[in-house]
Write a protein that binds this ligand. Structure first.
Ligand code: FUL
Length: 602
């Protein structure tokens, strides 16, 4: 990481017309001098550019996540680390099938959950017994990391690893120096033995260790291992190269600055500074002039949109009918790649060790749709590079008789991100009509509007930080969708209860007689706090209660508030259920509305 402190020469560069533009660019981080004016800070912010690694990563546009591990076999989203490794036993494992399916979807990199929060390692790590080495798969001689890496090399795809800092299995977790050493050892194994790695993904989730102590991570040591062993890799989320967009629903920001004072929360001073500025990964404004004015430093820290093709991150057979539709995936594409972000789409392999047929087919449709849409630029001239100041506009002829409904704009981010307000108009029957307007452009911006067949389009850069460098303008036609939404085929009773006996804990007489119960669903209403830890009980008489299911948390519900499906191991017979909230997502004890619960009957 380069740290630049303002020095006298730089001031001269900033305002000296004699200097060539490229000398003014500074990579990744700028610390402002104390006495700087807002104008000087803004000038510096506009000269900030990505590192080579960040730039190459941004150009990938489509990256894929693979959540696969012990949870695949237990049906959980967050394992507790006590699982028997013998459960890991894919019957038909084939990493090449994953890579081929992802390539058909247009994906350029795949990131594997080498270790999720349960601590189960998908490679035979020397650091733990909780790994594939103690599973029956390939007689304990298997290595998922190796097989996936070989497949990516064979098919020319980049490879990344997700290594969860939070480890619910490691006995040393919470005993900070000891666990940090274990984590460094795991990183060393992953980054030394498998060839090139292009992204290392550190999740932000963590909790206390088994000893009740909070683990203090040694991020500097972790970063050092990555920088020395894999200098081409970007560090994501708790890393300082790639930022979490702030939700797991595939939603980008309307205004998305890659130039931001936000820092990864890895040091106390970073946490304090983020607090002073009132910003976090979920903040709406991460790069306005007002924010830069207050900032002490500024970073090239671009956004990554992570979202799963299914409701869960891991594979659950009961979600086979809930694979996102093509239309939904294309919306996500427009909201991520089309909003100055990289898409990280999760596709979880099933218990066979294969990407399920439904997901593979959807990936193929998606890849074809995107390719066909953007293969055909309807603008007459291909030369579109343009340096724009406030108010400048350019007109582009549209090929005769063509219909368009999408415009693409790109800034040359190697010269910084600068556009603050722009609009797109079309010349239709000799009248200029507004098609779209927006704020930031950045690496790529896609705008959608109703079908039009104009003679020309006009792009106006209304406001920019100094001059903007527009290096691509395109106009396209995206075909409509003619599919039905995914159906949830579940036999389900929801909300139609015989009697709600008590609201806290929620106690319900389901149908006035005993019925067969296979599980339950929790679909949180849109409210500030959801249930996280709970106890679910059943009863035949409303007096004697039993617990059909011991797992007592809705894993990742805080970040991913999608319907939760809990399936019991065995069919139960009961008349009443009781759902007690032990802890909410914000630490309170929210009540659950009767209409948030559904009962699965088979
Ligand atoms: C979250 C984790 O807790 C989820 O299980 C998943 O891995 C997601 C990508 O990050 O924070």
């Amino acid at each position: 990481m380069k740290r630049f402190i303002l020095f006298a020469g730089l001031l001269a560069l900033l305002f000296g017309a004699a200097c060539t533009q490229h000398k003014n660019h500074i990579e990744k981080e700028i610390v402002f001098d104390e006495g700087m004016t807002p104008e000087q800070k803004l000038k510096l912010a506009s000269s900030l550019v990505p590192t080579k690694q960040q730039y190459e990563w941004q150009q990938l546009e489509l990256t894929a996540f693979i959540h696969f591990g012990i949870n695949t076999f237990t049906g959980r989203e967050w394992g507790d680390g006590n699982e028997d490794p013998a459960l890991f036993n894919p019957t038909d494992f084939n990493a090449e099938q994953w890579v081929v399916a992802l390539k058909e979807g247009g994906f350029k990199m795949v990131i594997l959950t080498a270790k999720h929060h349960d601590g189960f390692c998908l490679w035979p790590s020397k650091t733990t017994e909780h790994s594939v080495a103690n599973s029956p798969w390939r007689d304990g001689a298997g290595d998922v990391v190796r097989e996936l890496k070989n497949a990516t090399d064979k098919h020319g795809m980049k490879f990344g690893v997700y290594l969860s800092p939070w480890d619910r299995n490691a006995p040393s977790y919470g005993d900070s120096p000891k666990y940090n050493q274990l984590f460094v050892d795991q990183l060393n194994e992953l980054l030394s033995n498998y060839g090139e790695v292009h992204e290392v993904w550190f999740d932000g989730a963590n909790a206390e260790g088994p000893n009740g102590k909070k683990q203090i991570y040694d991020w500097e040591a972790f970063y050092h291992v990555i920088d020395s062993l894999q200098p081409n890799a970007v560090k994501a989320i708790m890393g300082d190269d790639v930022r979490w967009v702030g939700n797991e629903r595939g939603l980008g920001r309307e205004t998305e600055w890659s130039v931001t004072p936000l820092r990864a929360d890895i040091h106390e001073d970073a946490v304090e500074e983020n607090e002073r500025l009132g910003i976090s990964a979920t903040a709406k404004d991460l790069g306005s002039r007002k924010l830069i004015e207050k900032a002490k430093s500024i970073y090239w820290y671009p956004s990554e949109v992570d979202v799963s093709i299914r409701p869960g991150w891991f594979y659950h057979a009961e979600q086979d009918a809930q694979v996102k539709t093509l239309e939904h995936l294309v919306d996500i594409y427009y909201q991520s790649v089309g909003m100055n972000s990289v898409l990280l789409l999760n596709i979880p392999p099933d218990r066979r060790g294969l990407i399920h047929e439904v997901d593979a087919a959807r990936l193929k449709e998606f890849g074809q749709y995107i390719e066909e849409t953007f293969a055909n630029n309807k603008i007459e001239t291909s030369h579109t590079y343009w340096r724009a100041r406030n108010g400048d506009y350019r007109e582009y002829d549209i090929k005769e008789g063509e219909t368009i409904n999408t415009v693409l704009l790109q800034e040359d981010i190697k010269k910084g991100q600068r556009v603050e307000v722009f609009k797109v108009e079309a010349l239709i029957d000799d009248n200029w009509v507004k098609l779209a307007e927006g704020t930031t452009i950045g690496y790529k911006r896609l705008l959608r509007f109703d079908d039009v067949s104009p003679q020309k389009i006009r792009i106006t850069i209304i406001e920019t930080r100094f001059s903007a460098n527009i290096n691509e303008v395109g106009a396209y036609y995206a075909a409509p969708f003619n599919e039905e939404g995914a159906l949830i085929e579940l036999s389900h009773i929801d909300g139609d209860w015989s009697e709600v006996i008590e609201t806290s804990p929620l106690t319900v007489d389901m149908q006035g007689e005993t019925i067969e119960v296979k599980g339950f669903t929790y679909s949180p209403n849109d409210k500030a706090e959801m249930a996280f830890k709970y106890r679910f009980l059943l009863s035949t008489d409303g007096k004697e209660w039993f617990e059909p299911y011991e797992r007592r948390e809705f894993g990742n519900i805080k970040n991913n508030p999608v319907p939760q499906f809990i399936h019991f191991d065995e069919l139960q017979t009961a008349r009443y259920f009781k759902l007690e909230v032990i802890e909410g997502t914000e630490g309170g004890t929210p009540t659950i509305d009767p209409n948030e619960i559904g009962i699965l009957t088979h």
